[in-house]
Design a protein. Structure first.
Length: 196
């Protein structure tokens, strides 16, 4: 056998071995019991978010005023630093336009909307100066314009490893503060699950 043929055969064998290798498993962090997912759900994407939690000073139910969350704005990055998802607030078409937390995949524009299912401020997990950890359940989904479905199978999303993002302690105490807005930097990891 000629050297060129041997090299080609070796490269082909290596390519077959690489393509047959199992994909790395996603290992989500431990979470408080109330943020656990169903046994038939498995993680398929975990990404790190950098962005802001956005608040507006509004009248509160008790007659005072308080900072009220009006949505996030963040970019989610993969381990290698590539942008994978954009996170924001938008109208969910499956709920007649109800505003919901939204994640849109950066490659195929598939989109998922989710609603809060459970929250934790358990000090064994959550930094007391950070926003809570969440479990969210999908309430809407949409394939991308070319039928991309990277996020469309999402059933649950965990927000974990939070840093920052809490509403300020000041700046919203008087009626004259109503309408003020603040964008508070935060970071978090988001874990996306789908049915096994």
């Amino acid at each position: 056998m000629k050297l060129g043929s041997l090299v080609f055969a070796a490269i082909a064998a290596l390519g077959a071995a690489v393509s047959a290798a199992p994909v790395d498993k996603i290992v989500p962090p431990a979470v408080p019991a109330n943020l656990g997912v169903y046994s038939n759900e498995a993680p398929f994407l975990m990404a790190h978010a950098v962005g802001t939690q956005n608040y507006s000073c509004l009248p509160a139910a008790n007659g005072s005023v308080a900072w009220t969350l009006f949505g996030p704005q963040a970019t989610l990055f993969s381990e290698d630093g590539g942008q994978v998802v954009t996170h924001f607030l938008s109208a969910n078409p499956e709920e007649a336009g109800l505003p919901r937390a939204t994640w849109q995949h950066s490659q195929d524009s598939s989109t998922v909307w989710a609603a809060l299912s459970a929250m934790s401020t358990d000090a064994a997990y959550v930094d007391p100066y950070a926003i809570p950890w969440f479990l969210l359940r999908t309430v809407g989904k949409q394939n991308g314009p070319t039928s991309g479905d990277r996020l469309s199978l999402t059933t649950a999303i965990q927000r974990v490893n939070t840093s920052g993002g809490r509403a300020p302690a000041t700046g919203c105490a008087l009626a004259s503060d109503i309408g003020r807005k603040v964008l508070v930097p935060y970071e978090a990891d988001y874990v996306f699950y789908k049915a096994r």
